[in-house]
Design a binder for this molecule. Structure first.
Ligand code: KIV
Ligand code: ZN
Length: 534
């Protein structure tokens, strides 16, 4: 059984594609994506649970940290084959074997460059020397495990005759998987298709190994190239969560998996991946690497299931199939979100207000809709809180429970920075003094001391409304509570006062929302009660 509960495809299933995840090796290798030991373990555990067949856990010779992570992942893995990467030298291969030793199922992935440019400049070796090294590295790896993958680095820029000779030799020496990487992201789908066709047809023992695709995204074709390789007979895809990896990244796991799932009519292949875990995996890898996911990223971007245009929203509300080729739940997203903007229509507007707890009469809707359109002309994206403010603007201001009375701040090169603040809270004026790591931190600490609360500061942004040193500073603050956010802006010639106003504005909105939520609950309770009695 797979994690989805579906029967696992038989090993002989010719259309079963093996998912080889290299987030922890090729992904982690890219600048800035370094993960801590614990983060690597957490990512590996999730990959294992979601049905990844092979986890390339690292490059053990690279550092003691890499070795330790691969070793620990090997100990903990439950289902997946644990793989380590190694160059051609015996020392590399032996170190790799040592790292993966505790795994129930283990693989050594050993690679060597075969293209003229790599052999000449990187290896500084003649082709006949490289050929001998291929045999040596695979033989050495096979002395440690039966599961050996050999990669022809820069395979797509390798001369065909030489590539075929090396592949044949690697298989003869015991390689069970042959990977032909597009190391520099140079190939095109047709070319990659033909490359696999050519190798599989010309290499006499090609039927004794599984062929693998490994694509980089320098020209934005990694996913298309990988799928072309699969159509040409390869049965393993090397990929990473969110497509992270060297330079422009690797093939994105979530994209190839969903392409094969959604378009099974033209890509009739199966994987063992539980797709409902894709969003979780994306979030985990993004948090562990601190690499944000592009908003419009296929499958896992925050806009991947968001609809803004009025025509689209209207269609979606009538039937999701009008604009959705897969359900958000199929990749682990709870629901489609209708993002309000200038293209949104009345139908979506009313739906959104109802979602937010407003039930307006026809005239009020008309009024609010006109004002909403005017706002949307000025503002690209309308957040829920903008709509809330729009509907009860007057009330919101008159009902602000917290107002800034005064603020003074000591800042400069000699810390600690200190803020002294007076707030009017429900008519009572109170004062606090707090230090902070910088003046803004001191101000926010004051607010927290005066109004104890648990919220997450998601955004703090300062910009000048006009040019010049006397410009109004406009500060935006976004706070979130229980997964829902509110944003507020504060403007003042003093950036620090604007910061305090913005934070307090957001806090007031949160308090108003809580109050409205409580009122809604009381009303619902009352309605249920009167129905029961009636
Ligand atoms: O891109 C590449 O060629 C690689 C190899 C090590 C497989 O990552
Ligand atoms: Zn690579």
């Amino acid at each position: 059984m797979t994690t989805t509960g579906k029967p696992a495809p038989a090993a002989s299933d010719k259309d079963r594609v093996v998912i080889f995840d290299t987030t922890l090796r090729d992904g982690e290798q890219c600048p800035g994506a370094t993960m801590t030991h614990d983060e690597k373990l957490e990512v590996a555990e999730l990959l294992d649970t979601m049905g990844v067949d092979i986890i390339e856990a690292g490059f053990p010779i690279a550092s003691d940290g890499d070795f330790a992570a691969v070793h620990e992942i090997a100990k903990r893995s439950k289902n997946a084959v644990i793989c380590g990467l190694s160059r051609a030298s015996p020392k590399d291969i032996d170190r790799c074997a040592e790292a993966i030793k505790p795994a129930a199922r283990k693989r050594i992935h050993t690679f060597l460059s075969t293209s003229p440019v790599h052999m000449k400049w990187k290896l500084q070796k003649e082709p006949h020397e490289v050929y001998e090294m291929v045999i040596g590295q695979v033989t050495r790896a096979r002395s440690h495990t039966d599961d050996v993958e050999w990669s022809a680095e820069d395979g797509t820029r390798t001369e065909h005759d030489f590539l075929c000779r090396c592949v044949e030799a690697a298989i003869k020496a015991g390689a069970t998987t042959i990977n032909i990487p597009d190391t520099v992201g140079y190939t095109t789908p047709d070319e990659y298709f033909n490359l696999f066709k050519m190798v599989r047809e010309r290499v006499p023992n090609s039927d004794q190994a599984v062929f693998s695709v490994h694509c980089h995204n320098d020209l934005g074709m990694a996913v298309a190239n990988s799928l072309a390789g699969i159509r040409s007979g390869a049965r393993q895809i090397e990929c990473t969560i969110n497509g992270i990896g060297e330079r422009a990244g690797n093939t994105a796991l979530e994209e190839v998996v969903m392409a094969m799932q959604v378009r099974s009519d033209v890509l009739p292949y199966t994987t063992g991946i539980d797709a409902t875990m894709l969003t979780r995996a994306s979030k985990l890898v993004s948090a562990a690497t601190s690499f944000p996911v592009q908003f419009n990223k296929a499958i896992v971007g925050r806009n991947a299931f968001a609809h803004e245009s009025g025509i689209h929203q209207d269609g979606m509300l009538k039937n999701a199939q009008t604009y959705e080729i897969m359900r958000p739940e199929s990749v682990g997203v709870k629901q489609t979100s209708l993002v309000m903007g200038k293209h949104s229509g009345r139908h979506a507007f009313v739906h959104k207000l109802e979602e937010l707890g407003y039930h307006l009469g026809a005239n009020q809707i008309e009024d609010a809709f006109v004002r909403f359109k005017a706002l949307a002309d000025r503002k690209k994206q309308i957040y829920d809180e903008d709509l809330e403010a729009l509907v009860d603007e007057e009330i919101a201001h008159s009902q602000d429970r917290v107002k800034l009375v005064s603020l003074s701040v000591i800042a400069g090169t000699h810390g600690p920075q200190r803020a002294t603040m007076k707030l009017d809270i429900d008519g009572n004026v109170t004062m606090e003094e707090r230090d902070g790591n910088g003046p803004v931190d001191a101000i926010f600490n004051c607010i927290k001391a005066l109004i104890p609360h648990e919220v997450k500061l998601e955004l703090y942004q300062v910009h000048a409304v006009t040019e010049g040193t006397d410009a109004q500073a406009e500060v935006s603050v976004r706070l979130s509570e229980h997964g829902r956010s509110v944003t507020s802006r504060g403007a003042d010639p003093d950036t620090l006062v604007a910061s305090a106003k913005a934070y307090l504005g957001a806090l007031n909105k949160l308090m108003a929302r809580r109050q409205r939520g409580a009122q809604l609950a009381i009303e619902t309770e009352r309605r249920i009660h009167s129905t029961e009695i009636g």
